[in-house]
Write a protein that binds this ligand. Structure first.
Ligand SMILES: [Zn+2]
Length: 180
């Protein structure tokens, strides 16, 4: 059994486990587990989450599910898979900005019903929004100025970047690289 597989099974079986303890002493002494972490605060529900969602080359299914739940459509309660590439973009942004603080989430998944309602209210909401496909999120970082988050997202060029200084968030998606 590969080390990756052993770790994954331990994770699924026992929740949060000390990853280093599974590796052979030789490996554990030389390398730290390769982990991608994220933390969120959903501003509508007050929920917080800190999660290791990718470990040693594998996305962690249980972790993705907890992320999907936190990033659900808070108006309808609908849960939709959030594209892992979007999480990778957020993880990279935290790295670029040298912070491990929470992403404050203004909006992530939107059900077609919610999107339609928002679209009718605001010209800024597209009828085919990537929010409906779990490919977009509106966020700010609690300890970094909004312009820096925007600038980092533009440098990362993982998809679309929308700047909403009046509402104090940056829209980040994994669609085509574009900006507004
Ligand atoms: Zn958005």
């Amino acid at each position: 059994m590969s080390i990756n597989r052993a770790r994954r099974q331990l994770w699924l079986g026992g929740g949060l486990v000390l990853l280093g303890s599974v590796a052979s002493p030789a490996i554990a002494g030389l390398t730290r587990p390769n982990v991608r972490k994220l933390s969120f605060q959903n501003l509508h529900t007050g929920e917080r989450l800190r999660v290791d969602y990718w470990i040693e080359g594998n996305y962690v299914p249980d972790a993705l599910q907890t992320v999907n739940h936190l990033l659900r459509d808070f108006r309808t309660g609908d849960v939709h898979p959030i594209e892992p590439r979007l999480l990778d973009a957020l993880s990279s942004l935290r790295g670029m900005l040298e912070t491990e603080s929470d992403f404050h989430v203004i909006s992530a998944y939107r059900s077609p019903k919610t999107n339609e309602m928002l679209h009718e209210r605001s010209a800024g909401v597209a009828s085919t929004s990537l929010h409906m496909r779990g490919m977009a999120i509106d966020v700010r970082l609690s300890d970094r100025p909004l312009p820096r988050l925007r600038e980092a997202a533009l440098r990362l060029a993982a998809g679309g970047v929308g700047y909403y200084p009046k509402s104090n968030f940056v829209h980040i998606d994994t669609g085509r690289v574009r900006r507004w």
